[in-house]
Design a protein around this ligand. Sequence first.
Ligand code: NDP
Ligand code: DGY
Length: 319
Amino acid sequence: MHRTPFHTHMKWRVIVTPCVLKVSLWDSDEPVPRAELLKGVAGAHGLLCLLSDKIDTEVLDAADMYYTVISTLSVGFDHMAMDEIKKRGVRVGYTPDVLTDATAELTVALLLATARRLPEGVVEVINGGWSTWKPLWLCGYGLSGSTVGVIGLGRIGMAIARRLKPFGVKKLLYSGRTAKSNAAEVEGEYVPLDTLVSESDFVVVSCALTPDTQGLCNKDFFCKMKNTAVFINTSRGAVVNQEDLYQALSSGQIACAGLDVTTPEPLPTDHPLLTLKNCVVLPHIGSATYSTRGIMAELSANNLLAGLQGTDMPSELKF
Ligand code: NDP
Ligand code: DGY
């Protein structure tokens, strides 16, 4: 995989596999520092990266990558400069489908935790705030009889909708660029974004981050939501304007929000959103089950190997 001698660093390990491949491995769960990445990719024929590695022109230049392969351990590919990658004829492997169930499950967990105020309740039990049973204490919002709006009824959006319907959801709205033929399965109604935002009791964002969706959830968006509505984002942080979300939450414009993704990641511990009781923030753990991460790892390694061999990848991104 590597054309040049390997760089020495405590955490780089060089693995020479029989016959052909030399693998330079960043042997840590912590992200590879940028400077190390730039050094480490020099002359590589292939690169297996994480969503926390920004694969831009600088990295592609450092690797001198043309007609090679990049495999990302993620379904999202907004961390990669796709135009530049395309120009250079680089093939890209990614991990769709295998993480859909885990991410949908986490989205439902976050939605329920946010709407039913679970983190607040846990804290009250620990800090002695639980004095007695009180009729209106820690009341939240339920799914039964509600209208749910899903922004981006793709693989994950659909899996979220399938899981939410049995909670007694009355109406399922969705928006995106195109109506979906499989939406009938969840009785999904394709509506303009404005309709979804103003009619939904729960707004769930599960679209890809693109130039069109960047900052989609802004002041204008939150102003159209109901005061009793719950906002959930498990797509990418940059789909949301966080200053506008903070205003919407602190002013009571919307009821509460649950975020698995933020800008930046990690969210600084002194970030204003973390001061709000009605905002639940998770550290980007949508796909974090042991089995899902294992399958993602295997798939991304197989994508890389197939790309290097010039054969069909198990999951190649067509762009
Ligand atoms: P899909 O490609 O199946 O779905 C993406 C969806 O985004 C499509 O339904 C698409 O709609 C929609 N979309 C694209 N552009 C727009 C737009 N302008 N307005 C509204 N919707 C739009 O991908 P997945 O469902 O597999 O994954 C979705 C995203 O979830 C990933 O890109 C990633 O960012 C995020 N993710 C987060 C995880 C986490 O840990 N929190 C885990 C896994 C994924 P259309 O088809 O109509 O264009
Ligand atoms: C992805 O795959 O895009 C997620 O954000 C992490 O699994």
